[in-house]
Design a protein. Structure first.
Length: 475
């Protein structure tokens, strides 16, 4: 009897404990299932090995390439006969670098629903050129990279009225993500993704995408500036938009067809205040600081085409930009008049920037289920044309040259082109890419002309040859 009683006692104690363990296991599995269903981590480890034939305007450890720098001669032509020193272009210097910047991690949050509303979100970050100190050279490549925010937004979606076999759907995105004009990137392995031949910008925004039936989507957005900034008297800064108190506005329409055709057309309007304080001369001759209402408003329309069929892909984009420096385009603006109340009037530069990219390639070699192979050939071509300023610039000195203008990079560029063939080999999650990028810029000598903002004296071409090898592991 004692043995029977002991067994019953153990059973009475053990059953609840086993039940609790079972509940814990079930809860743990439920949490795992929930995380797996709703949280999708992703990212990649990426390395660049880059050679440039001459000094260039670039960023992010010199990986983000804009254009080659203009000639910088050590002495005037013919002076070598007097000095006995060879005449040299000091910017004709080649460089090489190997960097693991732009390695990325991200998290997609998906498939949450409440009544008729779908919820999702994204957090994405990567490493960026951070703590560094310039030496005697022109490159900031030393130091420790910093971890930066790329994207962070939430989305809400609603399926609404039925339209035949299709539905009208509305998505609302709030947070930092790609600018609507920059979201469609070309197929290159270069970090600049075709800039400055096309818009490149991620900004805080409130964006609505309304799917209207089977083929059309209407997009409207209000955007603010954070990393990609307008330029002005104090350099590139977000304060011009802050004092302007006006969000950047975008409106566009997309046509997408099941046969692989996508067309977009849209326009971007930006209104900023380059100055909120100025000065006037009093009747007694003294200079007095005053509040001013300076403002410049620009509009930039664009078109985008995409077609995919099988292993072939074609993408093309063109934009007619007023200023556009906040989208990493070659532009800016200048002062065209100074008013008696201390305020300035401005006129923007106008330019066209266009690119086209072609991709062809399919599976190669032994096709293992876990490690499929793919070899792709990519060709990118881009062209930028500077049309000068919309109106004449201020010529206070009467010498025919502009006095006050704001450009983030070279103000003496007239046109520019780039051609970039690439081979990209993919094996499962690993990618190896080799890209040759030639960029040629036509520069002028001197300051922008007051009549049109162009520099057309002593026109000459400067070319940089970049060879880049990329390794990338996606996870």
């Amino acid at each position: 009897m004692r043995h029977v009683a002991a067994i019953m006692l153990i059973a009475l104690i053990g059953v609840p404990a086993m039940a609790q363990d079972s509940v814990k296991v079930e809860k743990k599995e439920a949490v795992k299932s929930h995380l797996k269903q709703h949280f999708k981590p992703y990212g990649f480890i990426r390395n660049y090995f880059t050679y440039d034939s001459r000094e260039s305007m670039s960023g992010t450890g010199d990986l983000y390439n804009y254009q080659p720098k203009d000639e910088n001669w050590n002495q005037a032509e013919g002076a070598e006969l007097t000095t006995g020193v060879e005449r040299q272009d000091l910017n004709a210097q080649s460089t090489f670098r190997f960097l693991s910047l732009t390695t990325r991690v991200g998290l997609n949050i998906v498939d949450y629903k409440w009544r008729g509303t779908e919820f999702s979100g994204k957090i994405e970050a990567d490493f960026y050129a951070g703590l560094s100190t310039k030496g005697t050279g022109t490159h900031s490549l030393s130091g420790t990279a910093q971890f930066r925010l790329r994207q962070a937004y939430m989305s809400f979606g609603w399926d609404s009225l039925k339209m035949g076999k299709d539905y009208a759907r509305v998505d609302l995105t709030v947070g930092q993500t790609w600018h609507p004009m920059a979201a469609d990137l070309c197929d290159v392995i270069a970090l600049a993704s075709g800039a400055p031949f096309g818009p490149f910008n991620r900004s805080p925004q409130v964006r609505m995408d309304a799917r209207l039936g089977k083929y059309f989507t209407l997009t409207a957005a209000g955007l603010w500036q954070m990393q990609y900034l307008s330029i002005g008297p104090d350099g590139q800064s977000a304060e011009y938009m802050a004092y302007g108190k006006t969000p950047e506005a975008y409106l566009g329409l997309s046509f997408h067809h099941p046969n692989g055709l996508l067309l977009r057309a849209g326009a971007d309007v930006l209104s900023i205040r380059p100055r909120h304080q100025g000065s006037v001369v009093g009747t007694d001759g003294s200079t007095v600081s005053v509040k001013v209402n300076d403002r410049i408003t620009t509009a930039s329309p664009y078109l985008y085409l995409q077609y995919k069929k099988g292993d072939f892909s074609l993408k093309a984009k063109t934009i007619f930009a007023e200023a556009g420096e906040h989208m990493n385009l070659n532009g800016g603006y200048g002062v065209k008049a100074v008013n008696p109340d201390g305020s300035y009037e401005y006129t923007p530069t106008r330019s066209s920037a266009s690119w086209i990219s072609l991709v062809y390639g399919g599976k190669v070699g032994a096709q293992e289920a876990k490690h499929p192979q793919r070899l792709q050939g990519i060709l990118f071509a881009g062209y930028v044309q500077n049309f000068g300023t919309k109106d004449a610039l201020l010529d206070a000195n009467g010498d025919g040259q502009a006095d006050m203008y704001y450009y983030p990079r070279a103000n003496n560029m007239n046109r520019m082109w780039r051609c970039s063939p690439t081979l990209l080999w993919t094996v499962g999650k690993f990618q190896l890419g080799c890209e040759y990028e030639v960029t040629s810029v036509q520069y002028g000598t001197g300051k922008p002309a007051a009549t049109n903002g162009l520099v057309e004296n002593n026109l000459h071409w400067v070319t940089n040859h970049r060879v880049q090898l990329m390794t990338k592991y996606n996870f």
